[in-house]
Design a protein around this ligand. Structure first.
Ligand SMILES: *Cc1c(COP(=O)(O)O)cnc(C)c1O
Length: 391
């Protein structure tokens, strides 16, 4: 379908514009259509047994799924990519693909909350033990590796408190012991951080966020290095995974503009973060692109940019005042998820999800800076600080 896969050296903007498009010799239309399929008809009985037959059944792949995974594989530099009905399904399928009963998993303490619940629920029930590690552990992860340790899971930066992990150090320690490495790369996307180029075996994204980019669909992505591709594909198939054609199409459409949107999210979020840093009500801004952030040096070394999601700690203040500040915001919606065109705000709750590392004790407000004019967002937050003060 795509003519473009062999060239791995194109920039991300060019990849998302040209990859996963139909061959103009087949159709004059720019876009791959939404193919709705369960049954695929064969020419004759022999074709049902021919391993070269391209499409066999809806769940096994369609031109729509193939266009989406072609773009993702080229962006990620992956041997193969699979899409799931949500980001959390990408996490669970990837972990189930590489772990077996009796195995031990090393999981970052900064992981997305439901990822942790999956470890404590399904994985525990099937006899996989999880140890949570300090996200800032770096090369010292070697000290936590046991004879039965099978995999190391990273998320950098953490999507609530934004610790930047020393991925090269962790990957080197894991590789020395033959472990599989996985990362939840939802925040940076392959536009700003390329996990497979850093030696990671499996790069996951909640495509729900920046891939879709418009808060109107849910999807997950699992990009695999050659080392794990067969195992992940097998588990994905055995679990009956597939994704609805409209959602796959929305993800493909979102990818076309993802680098352009991310550049604006990056710039606007940094503008807002710098403004927050000057506010007396703010104790600390948690944004790795700020030179004051403890993760800044590693971020600068490993990442090509930052997205629109970051947080700040308030000076200790009564909860009602924080509620007055947040409830009155006009441009920031109160809601989970992020990565859409619109700005969002949440009050971070770390209760029960930190066991191996220190978490902020002051109130943490998380912002997703959308595509509005940052001056308008700053004015909205400025009015919020007046309410915080009781004005
Ligand atoms: C949202 C999110 C997920 C889960 O994605 P869903 O599509 O909501 O299931 C996983 N990891 C991170 C970091 C997320 O922010």
């Amino acid at each position: 379908m795509s003519k473009s896969i062999p060239n791995r050296n194109r920039s991300v903007e060019t990849i998302v514009t040209h990859s996963g498009r139909p061959d103009p010799r087949d159709t004059p239309f720019v876009n791959t259509p939404v193919v709705r399929a369960s049954t695929v008809l064969f020419e004759n009985l022999a074709a049902t047994k021919n391993p070269g037959t391209k499409y066999v059944y809806g769940r096994r792949g369609t031109p729509t799924s193939e266009a989406l995974t072609d773009v993702l594989s080229e962006l990620e530099g992956a041997a193969g990519t699979l899409v799931t009905p949500s980001g959390l399904a990408a996490v669970s399928i990837a972990l189930l693909s590489v772990l077996s009963t009796g195995d031990h998993l090393l999981m970052t303490d900064s992981a997305y909350g439901p990822t942790r619940l999956f470890c404590e629920g399904v994985l525990k029930r099937y006899g996989v033990e999880t140890t949570y590690y300090d996200p800032l552990i770096g090369a010292d992860i070697a000290g936590l590796i046991r004879p039965n340790t099978r995999a190391v899971f990273m998320e950098s930066p953490g999507s609530l408190t934004f610790e930047v992990q020393d991925v090269p150090a962790i990957v080197a320690a894991a590789k020395a012991r033959g472990l599989v490495t996985l990362i939840d790369n939802t925040w940076a996307t392959p536009v700003y951080f390329k996990p497979l180029a850093h030696g990671i075996d499996i790069a996951l994204m909640a495509g729900t966020k920046y891939v879709v980019g418009h808060s109107d669909a849910m999807i997950g992505t699992i990009a695999c290095a050659e080392s794990v591709w067969a195992a992940v594909k097998r588990t994905y198939g055995d679990m009956g995974m597939f994704t609805g054609p409209d959602d796959m199409y929305l993800a493909l459409r979102g990818l076309r503009t993802m680098p352009v949107r991310l550049a604006r999210h990056f710039e606007s979020a940094l503008t807002v973060a710098r403004w927050l840093e000057q506010r007396p009500e703010v104790a600390r801004v948690l944004h790795p692109a700020l030179p004051s952030d403890p993760g800044h040096a590693i971020w600068k070394r490993d990442f090509g940019g930052a997205s629109g999601l970051f947080a700040f700690e308030l000076q200790p203040v009564a909860h009602e005042r924080i509620a007055a500040m947040i409830d009155g915001l006009e441009l920031f919606g109160i809601g989970y998820s992020w990565g859409g065109f619109e700005s969002l705000v949440t009050l971070v709750d770390l209760k029960g999800i930190r066991t191996a590392s220190a978490a902020p004790t002051r109130p943490v407000v998380r912002l997703h800076v959308g595509l509005e004019d940052p001056a308008d967002l700053i004015a909205d937050l400025d009015a919020g600080f007046s309410r915080l003060a009781g004005g």
